[in-house]
Design a binder for this molecule. Structure first.
Ligand code: RRO
Length: 309
């Protein structure tokens, strides 16, 4: 039996269950077209800002079999160019386009939200969790500021809204964010972003592998934190679909995030390492897991991990 992975979440139809997470190789029209032509069930863009940004100095990305570390620093062509790219892409693909954006203050956030709402993007993803801007705290760790941004974005937009959250390792802070999301009611929660301020050392060379030393860690090491975050949001906000991200390197990982409570799965590091064929591979492996456990849809498996009695 071939599983039907298509689903409707937050009022948007997705032709599958696995998509790219905002971050790697999702800025240019060619990169985004490569994602559109793959089995990815949506096309998520690199986070865009008001002004074009070159990002941090190279090397700012490093990968291994377990995942990656990046200190990209939000390189992007600025929102006007990104909107042109999104509009061009929409002429060529029926897949939902998720436009990720991040302002450096409330005014910028509102300007970006308004402009992207008028673009051909299908979902707006407010990234409150970039770990790589020196001197700028992650907004998602500041609940009042997060609420102000989300509330004002809501006032100027009509498209479904996703909020991209930081990894929380403090349950009380996570519950404070739950309260914010209960008030703002986004259509999607996208969680987690990379875990910031990690460091990788090449012991043979006695070298820190990226500039400027620290970066956001993705891949297998962050999977338990992703699962913990997904599960808490799923338990507290069961009606908000979760785009589960963090440590999905294969179909079994995707299945674990779904069992925790994710309705669909985003892939960052594994896409950066293996390219766009990885989405189809992960989805196929996910299908094997679902069938092995007697599920005929992803929806049946969402949140089905049970606690020990
Ligand atoms: O560009 C980045 O440095 C970056 C971003 Br915006 C993000 O959201 N997550 C990440 O790991 N890197």
């Amino acid at each position: 039996m071939v599983l039907d992975f298509s689903t409707e979440l937050g009022g948007v139809k997705f032709p599958g269950a696995v998509m790219n997470a905002s971050g790697p190789n999702d800025t240019t029209i060619d990169e985004l077209w490569g994602i559109a032509c793959s089995e990815s069930c949506a096309v998520t863009t690199k986070t865009t800002t008001i002004l074009p940004r070159p990002g941090n100095s190279q090397p700012r990305y490093w990968e291994a079999e377990w995942g990656s570390i990046n200190s990209s620093g939000l390189p992007n062509p600025g929102y006007l160019a990104m909107i042109e790219t999104i509009n061009q892409l929409k002429l060529r693909t029926p897949k939902p386009i998720i436009a990720s954006f991040s302002g450096f203050n409330l005014d910028e956030t509102v300007t970006l939200a308004k402009a992207l709402n008028a673009s051909k993007a299908d979902i707006l993803e407010l990234n409150l969790s970039c770990p790589n801007i020196a001197g700028k705290p992650q907004v998602a760790y500041d609940c009042p500021t997060s609420e102000a941004y989300l509330t004002e974005v809501r006032k100027v937009t009509t498209k479904p809204l996703a909020v991209k959250l930081s990894p929380y390792t403090d349950g009380v802070m996570q519950d404070a964010m739950v309260d914010v999301l209960r008030r703002v009611k986004p259509e999607f929660i996208a969680t987690i972003n990379s875990i910031g301020n990690g460091m990788v050392i090449d012991a043979d060379k006695k070298l820190i592998v990226i500039k400027p030393k620290w970066g956001g860690v993705g891949g297998s090491p962050i999977k338990p934190i992703a699962i913990g975050n997904i599960r808490r949001f799923y338990e507290r906000l069961p009606d908000v679909p979760i785009i589960g991200i963090g440590g999905v390197m294969n179909g079994k990982d995707a299945f674990e995030l779904i069992l925790a409570g994710a309705s669909t799965v985003g892939v960052g590091s594994a896409y950066a390492i293996h390219g766009p064929d990885v989405f189809g591979k992960i989805q196929k492996e996910l299908g094997v897991e679902l069938q092995k456990h007697g599920y005929s849809t992803v929806a049946e498996a969402v949140g089905q991990a049970r606690p020990i009695d």
